[in-house]
Design a protein around this ligand. Sequence first.
Ligand code: FE
Ligand code: ZN
Length: 519
Amino acid sequence: MDAQVKKKKLGLKPRYQAMTRGLDWQTSYQDMDKVFPYDKYEGIKIHDWDKWEDPFRLTMDAYWKYQGEKEKKLYAVIDAFAQNSGQLGISDARYVNALKLFIQGVSPLEYCAHRGFAHAGRHFTGVGARVASQMQSIDELRHYQTQAHTISNYNKYFNGMHKSNHWFDRVWYLSVPKSFFEDAMTGGPFEFLIAVSFSFEYVLTNLLFVPFMSGAAHNGDMSTVTFGFSAQSDESRHMTLGIECIKFILEQDPANVAIVQRWIDKWFWRGYRLLSIVAMMQDYMLPKRVMSWKEAWEMYAESNGGALFKDLARYGIRPPKGWEDACEGKDHISHQAWNTFYNYNAAAPFHTWTPNAEEMEWLTEKYPDTFAKYYKPRFEYYGEQHKQGKRFYNTTLPMLCQTCQIPMVFHEPGDPGSICYRETDHQDVKYHFCSDHCKEIFTNEPEKYVQAWLPVHQIYQGNCFPEGTDPTVEGFDPLAAVLDYYEIEVGKDNFDFADSEDRKNFREWKGGVEEEVSP
Ligand code: FE
Ligand code: ZN
């Protein structure tokens, strides 16, 4: 077009209004409820969408400009890191296993969040909620991309990262994060916001990001620190969305309170169970420790969460049902999770090890009531066995919780000597659970959870062998067939760190410097 149109500059606020809510319209030849079929069936009542406070106040053009600047800096750091062989500057090669866990189990959740927010954003009648969700959807896609690009440098030098997306859909422990997010995505749009924006991002996210990012800083991984900073500046917007959305829903109608409370109970517990993996990463996988899981829980959950639920009490919201059990678990879950992965390391594409003497001391000091009494003797025994050439690998399959999909490895609250185990019957089939809370989540929506793709059940049903496998042939090795289906490179991706190629290579690259590991 040749004609010059003189542009009038709007102020920030009217411009924002025009670029977001001003773009909305009411449908005329189709009923609005038909166009937005999902935002009523959960039972949430919204009377006035205009009361929605936008947490972002960013227009799309400003968003791209701002994020583009941020990403330019990130990619400059990634480049410099690769050019200078930054991977050799990390504390020791054990650290990389924290990154493996991240790219296998956390980054795919960013992609799930991208999909989930895009879906939720399509299904809100209110334009404010729609814009906020769609904006976050783009953030989450960027998070996946920046993480994949950052960690790809490590993939050139270390095992256990080359098939992360393939593993996410198949490998036993990755069904824990996968099922968490698929549960959220298949809820309605309001449940999705309470699950992800509020329960996860607002209440629990610091327990995920802070340990990984300060862990990276302490262990010399500046490229991961940089993507952490990039994501963290989005995170504050996401947390604002979490708190705004819950207040908005609660203020709209008193009937919403009971529904929201049940979601908080459910999603707090699901998020807490998911964080077991972070707890063990923090206490066992960082050669240079940041703080213990217990300390992080006390700081980010107990004190921050305590204040939050005091604040929400005026709406009639109480702390989540699993709160006390989660607090009781702070002394135990990291040790129980690491013990499990140590056992099943033949089938997991990252390395485990027993803590060295100095680390045992640290753990004893951080967990004065539990570590020396319940967990240290086990790790000492494992270490002894390994020294004698008998590294223990468990080749049986554990029973899984139908809800969180974690093996039954957690203790009975208040009784660390016994395993917590619950069951229920539904339409003549027995289902098993790791806790009262996972059982209650199931009982509230059995139709949903009977469909769970439980890795152990799938293996036993013969669904996790490569196509064309005949399990009846003489000498058939089911574990080998499963690892083949997982596409794990046996002897490279799995087994103990002490015997690993990662360790051997790193030692050579560093000119023979030996990290302190046992045995
Ligand atoms: Fe994210
Ligand atoms: Zn469970």
